[in-house]
Ligand binder design. Structure first.
Ligand code: ATP
Length: 132
């Protein structure tokens, strides 16, 4: 089975590094599936789930936007924050979700709303990856 090296990197350091059969991401332009040998490309990402297929199994990671860089033998995901399913603290994500929802219900000014919406998306994304 052909594989490609996938790295997920954040300002805090590397979060993931493995040889992968297929990786799929949520790019700003839509969902992208990357196989080994994919043409070089760069794409901005949404807050979303990264699916990493390895030995016939799919691992998940949560990323808070960032960039995808594809080279023929290497895929790099650069994100402000990223966690694998095991790395997610569910209680913290639930608390962040509640905080964001409370802020959105109060609705003070526009910048707060956008910020709360993004915090809510990050929290929901983490809960999706952590599973129930
Ligand atoms: P919170 O309000 O709980 O900090 P946040 O969405 O504002 O959530 P980020 O700014 O995206 O947090 O991330 C800050 C750091 O905390 C990153 O290193 C990120 O990986 C980590 N992090 C945030 N939430 C969680 C979580 N639920 N489980 C594990 N790590 C988390």
């Amino acid at each position: 089975m052909k594989t490609v090296k996938v790295n997920i990197v954040t300002p805090d350091g590397p979060v993931y590094d493995a040889d992968i059969e297929m990786v799929s991401v949520r790019a700003e332009s839509g969902d992208l599936g990357i196989l080994p040998g994919h043409i070089p490309t760069v794409a901005p990402l949404k807050i979303g789930v990264v699916r990493l297929k390895k030995d016939g199994q799919t691992e998940l990671a949560a990323v808070s936007g960032g960039f995808l860089e594809v080279r023929p033998d290497q895929v790099t995901i650069l994100a402000q924050s990223a966690e694998t399913a095991e790395g997610i603290d569910k209680e913290r994500a639930l608390a962040a979700k509640k905080r964001a929802e409370d802020r959105l219900n109060k609705r003070s000014d526009d910048t707060d709303i956008r910020r709360a919406e993004l915090a809510l998306q990050r929290a929901v994304n983490r809960l999706d990856v952590a599973g129930n």
